[in-house]
Design a protein around this ligand. Structure first.
Ligand SMILES: [Zn+2]
Ligand SMILES: [Zn+2]
Length: 236
């Protein structure tokens, strides 16, 4: 807790001064985060111990993890920019729950810098995980949509489509896997035709994968050929 408030105060003080890294206070050239902090951010590279499909831990003898074996995920695979850990999870928390909208550019830049190293091609369509309109009113923005900031400036060919969240679902945080699946079922609507399209779903944090799997299911119902999930952080 003390570390948390220390970190908060530090961020508050430094965010106003763009020429200093918001994580370590080193002077930078107009970057919010310095090169050393950027390279030290946690990212779990794929290995024989990670599931190629959902990035969960598995034994080297298994082809896919138990999770993928037991659950019929509707996406092809998950690609993550970072692991869900300090300090990025705190920065995201500040953005989502304390209205620190000034962190969106940083998170978007970090997101695309790491994702672009892991992909071979760009999708036809991008769909950020939508928030229910009630939640959107309270928060004022959708963090998954905000992650697209950098991408929109670089690529004009990929279509960005809005899905609708018609169920104001309970927080998934304290629910079991089965309860999460039940909670999120039929929560999304997509009106666009996705016939034959390569679709990417953007989410800030993927935990069990039930939300993005349900949205992937709707994409497939609309005709999508292939659905991938690109997230800022993968919580395992
Ligand atoms: Zn730094
Ligand atoms: Zn898996």
């Amino acid at each position: 807790m003390r570390l948390f408030s220390f970190f908060n105060n530090w961020l508050l003080k430094l965010i106003l001064q763009d020429q200093y890294c918001i994580l370590c206070a080193t002077q930078t050239k107009n970057q919010q985060i310095c090169h050393d902090c950027n390279t030290s951010l946690g990212y779990q590279t794929p290995s024989p111990n990670t599931c190629w499909r959902c990035l969960a831990h598995k034994s080297p003898a298994q082809l896919i993890c138990d999770n993928c074996h037991d659950n019929q995920f509707h996406f092809e695979r998950i690609i993550t920019a970072f692991n869900y850990e300090f300090p990025l999870e705190q920065i995201l928390h500040q953005l989502k729950y304390h209205g620190k909208i000034e962190y969106t550019n940083l998170l978007s830049q970090l997101f695309w810098s790491r994702i672009s190293q892991q992909i071979q091609s760009l999708p036809d369509v991008i769909i950020p995980v939508p928030l229910h309109v009630n939640k959107l009113k309270i928060r004022g923005f959708n963090q998954s949509y905000e992650l697209l900031h950098e991408f929109k400036q670089l690529n004009s060919k990929t279509l960005i489509i809005d899905a609708k969240r018609i169920k104001n679902t309970k927080s998934q945080a304290n629910l079991s896997r089965d309860a999460r699946m039940h909670n999120i079922k039929d929560a999304f609507v997509i009106n666009d035709n996705l016939q034959g399209k390569y679709v990417v779903i953007i989410d800030d944090v993927v935990t069990t994968g039930s939300t993005v799997s349900e949205l992937s299911r709707i994409c497939k119902l609309q005709g999508a050929d292939k659905v991938e999930v690109w997230c800022l952080m993968r919580a395992l």
